[in-house]
Design a protein around this ligand. Structure first.
Ligand code: AMP
Ligand code: MG
Length: 429
């Protein structure tokens, strides 16, 4: 395992006093080792888990050639291309019903339902809406209505037996869960769930139920962090609000280190902090303190808590105290790091582009995450405006927003109509 110092030395432009946001992501990617313990879960419990092994299809999907439409199964070569073709109807096959076994001569066809197995020798389905049924029950297929091979699904066309259906590192969503079930697989190998502890620090921070006293503010970070963690599908350990006192902090860090793969704190990492949080982090772990070239955010501590046994160290993410900064640094840095810890291959959200509906003042040399409202105009174009006051304590702005506007490190002021990157909350928050 590389030391934090070694990781820093590998990164070009590493400057802990003004660290570009992309370097933070890179640093954390190098610092975090995915969990290594595998467990097996039932498919119904596999949602949001990370696949630990490739899944090869044990069967052809679909397992037989079958009808893609309700209609009449015919031999494509028996259809005339320049005049109507009349066909006798020999019978009907339905999905899940017995297979058609009798021979079907060229002047005949079989009525077939979607999903039913194609009778031997027939390769084309004439959809009901294209066929004319005559009073004697036979059907007429107009010239050119259907080409040979149409409206039939081939055995193995979705997935051939032995082909990879899903790759290790896939975070299983509803479609993946369905795909696994469609292969007849009931149990899935996944990486074990990651356990994350979190607490808030600061003597001004009040827990719910306490009366609001002079100088106190209610703890919101523990609720946003806990909620974001639950969305990620990790196990959470809420360690409450921890007083700014050495023994209380030490107990909380030791508790977290003994039980969790990672611990997230908020508050107490700013430069001017006179509190004990930073001192305790330094004492109990290998920690780097950064000023990140970003807004909101800026101060952040990351590292590893020392462990006595052979267990991998507990990762430490010391987030700033401001409620919006907590959410932004979580989304930008902690979430990708935790996804990597969980064994996921894809860890970064997918930015979209939207046209700025207002001027966005911005200095090159830092990354800015503004709270945005994205909408689609009648002509289909996608636009974004900010929520107004971008103060890093204004949690309401995160509620009003449906996206973060990400103005990159080198970007300058954005003019009306310029395209900007946006990260839609849907799917990540
Ligand atoms: P700090 O990073 O400790 O200097 O905190 C920055 C700002 O965030 C201060 O105004 C704190 O009162 C506020 N803050 C810190 N922790 C929390 C919390 N858990 N919930 C709400 N606000 C907080
Ligand atoms: Mg503080």
């Amino acid at each position: 395992m590389k030391s934090l110092e070694q990781i820093a030395a590998e990164l070009q432009g590493y400057d802990p006093g003004a660290l570009p946001a992309p370097l933070v992501v890179d640093f954390l990617h190098r610092m975090v080792e995915p969990v290594a313990e595998l467990e097996t879960v039932a498919v119904v419990d596999a949602l949001d888990r990370v696949l630990a092994r490739d899944i090869l299809s044990p069967i052809d999907v679909p397992p037989h050639d079958n009808a893609a439409m309700d209609g009449f199964a015919v031999r494509g070569a028996a259809l005339s291309s320049d005049r109507d073709t009349a066909l006798r109807v020999l019978g009907t096959v339905v999905a899940g019903g017995p297979r058609w076994t009798q021979p079907v001569p060229d002047d005949a066809c079989v009525r077939i339902m979607t999903g039913a197995v194609m009778p031997e020798g027939l390769d084309t389905v004439v959809p009901v809406e294209f066929a004319r049924v005559r009073p004697d029950g036979s059907v007429v297929v107009p010239a050119g209505a259907v080409r040979p091979g149409e409206h039939r699904r081939l055995r193995g066309e979705d997935l051939a037996a032995g082909r990879p259906a899903l790759r290790a590192g896939e975070r299983l969503g509803p479609a993946a869960v369905g795909l696994i079930a469609s292969l007849g697989i009931a149990q899935v190998p996944v990486w074990r769930r990651v356990r994350v502890a979190y607490f808030s620090t600061g003597d001004e921070i009040l827990s719910l139920g306490e009366p609001l006293r002079e100088g106190g503010i209610y703890d919101s970070n523990r609720y946003t962090v806990g909620a974001m963690l639950r969305r990620l599908g990790v196990e959470v350990i809420d360690l409450g609000v921890v007083r700014d006192a050495p023994d209380a902090l030490e107990a909380a860090f030791r508790h977290a280190a003994a039980q969790a793969d990672a611990v997230i704190t908020s508050g107490g990492v700013s430069m001017g902090e006179a509190d004990y949080t930073k001192a305790m982090m330094r004492r109990l772990g290998d920690v780097v303190f950064w000023r990140i070239a970003m807004r909101p955010g800026r101060p952040m501590a990351v590292g590893r808590l020392r462990q006595s046994d052979d267990r991998p160290p507990t990762l430490l993410f010391g987030l700033p105290g401001n409620p919006v900064a907590v959410m932004v640094t979580f989304l930008a840095f902690v979430r990708p790091a935790l996804l990597r810890l969980m064994g996921a291959r894809a860890t970064l959200p997918l930015p979209m582009r939207a046209r700025a509906a207002e001027v966005m003042r911005k200095k090159p040399g830092r990354t800015e995450y503004q709270r945005g409202i994205v909408w689609r105009a009648a002509d289909g174009s996608v636009h974004v405006r900010t929520t107004g006051n971008q103060g890093s304590g204004v949690l309401r702005s995160m509620v009003e927003a449906n996206a973060l506007i990400v103005l990159g490190h080198d970007q300058g002021t954005v003019a009306v109509g310029d395209e900007v990157d946006v990260l839609l909350f849907e799917g990540i928050l």
